[in-house]
Design a protein around this ligand. Structure first.
Ligand code: DON
Length: 555
């Protein structure tokens, strides 16, 4: 494929040349009503979409502690209306300097899943606090103190965690119970709390205040950093003060490509999402999907997924250290080659078939989408990885540490919690950022703009793909976030589906083409999308009905 470089042409990427009338109102879709409201509070106080993004992000850190938080990481995709600047603020966690891949193996040299997902060794250096400070300083209009105020209030005054949070506490109870700080917060009296329980978290309020008052250094240096390092060590990890002091967000150029006359702006490495999305949409661009029946269309979409995830496993990693053939992978010419390898009626077997391992279904991690009255756009996906991350709370801090180290290919070829395999490009090395699937995305056409993203582990990228395809079919945001989903990730060589995503006849037809289907009971993802018709000025939002507290509002 490297040889393709010689043949490459760079597609002329249309700048956003529309004369966009500002919408005058704003739309916010997030996973929690209290977070959506926090965003509108900050807009009402004179903030823009980026101040609102800080407010929503911090509020989600409080009200969805299982999904994301101060101890985790984030990607903030930004489109600034006044000058068209588009950038990804990469606040992905980094591996501490003491990272040693061998530490995650058991006595037989196999990946020890307990070490990779539970306890201090699972945690990377958090990026979320740095993102809040950076986005407020560089893109917001309000002081950080003001954008963090709603989150601080929620942490101090308390709120009633929703049924989804309580269910996740139940799921992770045994691991939470191992850690004194985490149990004190989430297992009052040693038990999984019931409906109506109010979670007050004054420690988190103080941590957020520290960030509001002292900015980046308040978290990454000094006394607070010292407390974190000692706490992580006690929990079996190996952070140093230097690791924290060295943490910085990176501003990265988004992956940008054309799909059916629209500009798609999406997450670059260390997310695999943008490159995989470009590969899939570039492949699918060669077909008139609207003229195909559901079976033919699903077959082609699955074949596009399979090819994109194969490249993900082989090539992608942290762009600060790993050389990746990004231009090749995202080029229409490369996609044309891949398209030519797709048989219209037969599944292509993935190269080799390891034992089938059901990827963890996920609704944790969280995504929100914002369009403000001036036409600024923010798409933010943030995470602590698995529910409640590493299930470690350093006493006095109020937040869980992530378990993002599991997103590295800790052992080459051994599937991670999402069944994803990887190679040297994503090996755990000091200072590296683990490869992510988080795919915050804008689709900007001559008349319409979509802001979209979702949690869902390895399925994030294919959910975003299916959301975009549905939007092109004419679905409104609420419809496209609610649609049933399917997924293929190269290995295992299986189309996984939500319940009833296909009729029995469709399943049979896909099986006859050589596809293996696996239908799960649990719903996937928690997509939050907003769109803007720039001709009529109409704003719309959709928050996934799969989530109990999701709220999309236009005001
Ligand atoms: O960055 C990633 O790709 C993962 N840590 C995201 C995890 C996730 O979406 C979990 N929930 N569904």
């Amino acid at each position: 494929m490297i040889r393709l470089r010689a043949l490459l042409f760079v597609a002329a990427l249309l700048p956003c040349s529309f004369a966009a009338a500002a919408p005058g109102k704003a739309a916010i879709a997030s996973a929690h009503k209290l977070a959506t409201e926090a965003g509108f509070d900050v807009l009402a106080a004179g903030g823009n979409a980026f101040d609102a993004a800080v407010a929503v992000s911090a509020a989600l850190s409080v009200v969805e502690p299982q999904s994301s938080g101060i101890g985790g990481g984030a990607f903030f995709l930004v489109h600034r209306a006044k000058d068209g600047k588009q950038v990804l603020v990469d606040a992905r966690e980094t591996a501490p300097a003491a990272t040693d891949a061998k530490a995650y193996l058991d006595a037989n040299g196999e990946l020890d899943r307990d070490k990779s997902v539970n306890g201090g060794l699972a945690a990377g250096i958090p990026g979320e606090p740095a993102a809040l400070v950076w986005v407020a300083q560089h893109y917001g209009r309000l002081p950080l103190k003001q954008s963090l105020a709603p989150a601080i209030r929620l942490a101090r005054d308390g709120f009633a965690p929703d049924a989804r949070s309580l269910m996740r506490i139940g799921q992770r109870k045994d691991v939470i119970a191992r850690d004194a700080g985490a149990s004190a917060l989430f297992l009052p009296g040693g038990e999984v709390p019931g409906a109506g329980w109010v979670l007050k978290n004054p420690d988190l309020a103080r941590t957020l205040e520290l960030i509001a008052e002292r900015g980046h250094k308040g978290f990454y240096e000094g006394e607070f950093a010292e407390k974190l390092v000692a706490g992580v060590k006690k929990a079996g990890g190996n952070w140093s003060r230097e690791d924290l002091a060295a943490y910085a967000v990176r501003e990265r150029e988004p992956i940008v490509f054309q799909y059916r006359g629209h500009k798609v702006v999406t997450a670059p490495p260390p997310s695999s999402g943008g490159i995989a999305l470009a590969e899939m949409l570039n492949i699918l661009q060669g077909y008139d999907l609207t003229r195909l029946d559901r079976v033919e269309r699903t077959h082609l979409v699955v074949e596009a997924m399979r090819r994109a995830y194969r490249d993900r496993a082989e090539y992608l990693g942290d762009p600060d250290f790993v050389k990746m053939p990004v231009a090749e992978l995202t080029s229409p010419l490369y996609a044309a080659g891949l398209r030519a390898s797709i048989h219209p009626k037969k599944a292509t077997p993935s190269d080799s078939l390891p034992g089938y391992m059901a990827p963890v279904q996920g609704t944790d991690t969280t995504h929100f989408s914002i369009i403000d009255a001036d036409g600024n756009l923010a798409a933010v996906t943030q995470t602590v990885n698995l529910p409640f991350g590493a299930a470690v709370v350093v006493p006095g801090t109020g937040f869980v540490l992530n378990n993002e180290m599991d997103d590295f290919a800790l052992k080459a070829g051994a599937p991670n919690a999402y069944g994803l395999v990887g190679a040297d490009a994503n090996a755990p090395r000091p200072g590296h950022r683990p490869l992510s699937s988080m795919t915050p995305t804008f689709v900007i056409g001559p008349e319409r703009t979509l802001v979209i993203g979702t949690p869902g582990g390895s399925r994030i990228i294919t959910m975003v793909l299916e959301g975009i395809l549905a939007w092109f079919d004419g679905d409104a945001p609420q419809q496209l976030v609610d649609n049933k989903r399917f997924h293929h990730q190269y290995l295992p060589d299986v189309i996984s589906t939500e319940k009833d995503a296909f009729t029995p006849a469709e399943r049979k037809a896909l099986q006859a083409m050589g596809h293996v289907l696996s239908e799960g009971e649990q719903p996937w993802g928690f997509m939050n999308a907003v769109d803007w018709n720039r001709k009529t000025g109409e704003l719309r939002g959709g928050s996934d009905s799969r989530g109990v507290s999701g709220t999309a509002l236009v005001r």
